[in-house]
Design a protein around this ligand. Structure first.
Ligand code: G6P
Length: 626
């Protein structure tokens, strides 16, 4: 949610360094973008302050920003900060776009997060004569820093430090000033990474804009501030000015992981990566035969998990759907009750957490504000925190007592695909491991599930090999006459129905609802007609017969039916309008297969309708506000 990039160092920023970095972060928000370039005295001189800062902002993405900039822009500068925005305070407009500059021009900054007490600060600033040109909380922060700077005999760093002490909320900020050559950055609850190159620093919301230049990265901690002086000297401190030793990590991210690699979108690339990403999640953990599963991250809290009276799963969006599947798996295999909550609701429902309960947080990004806030509350109430997270070293990973990394690799498409199957694979391993320890699974079932799990990546591959047939089916439903879809399933595939509907909504803007197939007759059946297709997920499992009856109910009302079935199902071919086959597997593992055709269908319908699948309107990948 909002991407920030900054550069200071030996090279000229040119049109690439900061703008390409912002392009890599556009998945975090793309309703407006901006860049502030700082020139050295001599290059361009400001009578009042010394340095000149030029600020360019535009509605839309980074390409629109670049197109809006005049040819005369001087790209020979060694310092710039940029931003790509997901609007919270104020509509997407030039005025509301970042960077924001204080009224007296002394402070220019970009910000990711929310300043919760901005109204109070703004009121005070207005009393002091400040005038605002935007509706944003960020402009308030820029002015607040300037106000503190002007009214105390302090330097730039101290002004930022003091100002941040007055701030309630979340922020990752990059701040520059025309009166000094320092670049200041700070974080609280929003991620910020500093790439440390040879004579240069690239600062960004995550590692993706950095790895092109250096793999040595410092992840700033909450309540830390860093300053780069004269483009070379980096100091990190807390808000009381106590200096902290920098902890430089070597990141493994390769450039080809963050490029499209011949696919026309990140989403399609990520869908196709799933045989590998699911295998990467299983590899090393899924042992042979009777051997216990190797899950190092789980061991330290395994006793708590096995003794838990209740397990809560908290997550948002697609991760919440993975959580529902996790509930099915854990309850079926271990008989421990599991409650799945939206993270955004959890905090406010006064949840009944008892000593010994375990909270599992599921998050692709590991930065989702709602999930983090729910975890904080769970911790206060004494729960053990367990994380199922994709991004290594992210906030949720660090807040958890223990956990499992899904190892899905960076996911750039805003609509989650490979991260979802990674989460489901990780939860499957966890449930099997717990069941084995509790003896709540027979030897035979243990061996059967492990063997079947091993074949899942190959089976995903075989579904993908048939994607042309799936696109062909999707093409029959892409026209404007279909504005509502139902996704129906039972049991462990009901969450897949929710996920299928969400995927279609997110990227094609078609209204879609996931419903338990048996519940359809209690309401949604009223929607069924020839223009409201139903997508049934009906593998050959324990609820097969019942779902087939539900399908007949739709057919009797002239509803079109697309059915996801197990290979060789002849009965459903006689009922459904279109059938997509998946290979046979154990019932508990079917979500890992049934979701694949749904991802491909949504992709295909959205592209046929001319939608940008990687950057759906109004969405952001990493939602760092509550
Ligand atoms: C956003 C994204 C969704 C994602 C959700 C939870 O809304 O657009 O794709 O499922 O956040 O994100 P997380 O990173 O916690 O899994």
């Amino acid at each position: 949610m909002c991407g920030i990039v900054g550069y200071v160092g030996k090279r000229d920023i040119g049109p690439d360094v900061v703008l390409n970095g912002l392009r890599r972060l556009e998945y975090r928000g793309y309703d407006s973008a901006g860049i502030a370039i700082r020139y050295n005295p001599g290059q361009r001189t400001d009578e009042q302050y010394g340095h000149v800062i030029e600020n360019w902002r535009e509605v839309g993405g980074v390409d629109e920003l670049y197109d809006s900039m005049p040819e005369t822009v001087l790209w020979e500068s060694n310092c710039a900060i940029g931003h790509t925005r997901w609007a919270t305070h104020g509509e997407p407009s030039r005025h509301n776009a970042h960077p924001h500059t204080s009224m007296g021009r002394k402070v220019t900054l970009v910000h990711n997060g929310i300043i919760e007490n901005y109204e109070t600060l703004k009121k005070k600033l207005i009393q002091e004569g400040y005038v605002f040109e935007s509706q944003t909380d960020t402009e308030v922060l820029a002015n607040w820093i300037e106000y503190i700077w002007d009214n105390n005999t302090v330097d730039f760093v101290s002004a930022v430090r003091f100002a941040l002490k007055d701030v309630v909320g979340a922020y990752a900020i990059l701040v520059i000033s025309p009166s000094t050559d320092s670049v200041i950055m700070a974080r609280k609850s929003s991620p910020l990474a500093i790439g440390v190159g040879e004579g240069e620093f690239i600062i960004a919301s995550d590692a993706t804009p950095i790895v092109e230049y250096t793999k040595d990265i410092i992840y700033l901690e909450d309540d830390q501030l860093a300053v780069i002086e004269e483009g070379t000297n980096l100091r990190i401190m807390d808000l009381d000015a106590t200096e902290v030793d920098p902890n430089i990590e070597r990141v493994e991210l390769e450039l080809d992981q963050i490029e499209k690699g011949g696919y026309d979108s990140f989403m399609l690339k990520e869908i196709y990566e799933q045989p590998d990403t699911v295998w990467t999640c299983l590899r090393g953990r899924l042992t042979e035969g009777e051997e216990p599963l190797m899950m190092g991250g789980v061991e330290s809290v395994l006793p708590q998990l096995l003794r838990a009276n209740k397990i809560f799963i908290i997550a948002c969006g697609t991760s919440w759907h993975a959580g529902l599947i996790g509930k099915n798996l854990i309850e079926k295999l271990t008989r421990i009750p599991v409650e799945v909550d939206y993270a955004s609701e959890f905090r406010y429902k006064d949840p009944i957490i008892r000593p010994g309960d375990v909270v599992i947080s599921i998050s692709q990004s590991g930065e989702t504000a709602d999930t983090k806030a729910a975890m904080e509350m769970a911790r206060e109430r004494g729960a053990t925190l367990f994380g199922v997270v994709n991004v290594v070293g992210s906030s949720i990973a660090r807040m958890s007592d223990a956990g499992i990394y899904t190892h899905s690799g960076i996911e750039i498409g805003v609509a989650s695909t490979k991260a979802f199957t990674g989460q489901v694979a990780a939860l499957t391993l966890l449930a099997i491991k717990m069941a084995r320890q509790l003896n709540s699974i027979t030897d035979n079932d243990y061996l059967k599930l492990k063997a079947a799990l091993k074949h899942i990546p190959g089976k995903i591959k075989s579904i993908l090999a048939d994607s042309e047939a799936i696109f062909e089916v999707a093409s029959r439903y892409a026209s404007e006459e279909y504005q509502d879809f139902l996704y129906l399933a039972r049991g462990i595939n009901f969450p897949v129905a929710l996920e299928g509907a969400l995927k279609l909504k997110e990227i094609s803007y078609i209204h879609a609802e996931g419903y338990p197939a048996g519940e359809m007759k209690h309401g949604p059946i009223a929607l069924i007609d020839e223009n409201c297709p139903s997508v049934f997920i009906v593998p050959n499992d324990s609820s097969y017969g019942k779902v087939v009856s539900n399908m007949q109910e739709v057919k009797a009302r002239k509803g079109k039916i697309v059915a996801i079935v197990t290979k060789g199902d002849e009965l459903i071919k006689t009922i459904a309008d279109d059938v997509i086959e998946i290979p046979e597997t154990e019932e508990l593992l079917t979500p890992l297969l049934t979701v694949i055709p749904l991802q491909l269908m949504s992709y295909s319908i959205a592209t046929a309708r001319g939608c940008n699948v990687d950057k759906p309107r109004n969405l952001a990948k990493s939602v760092t506000v509550e």
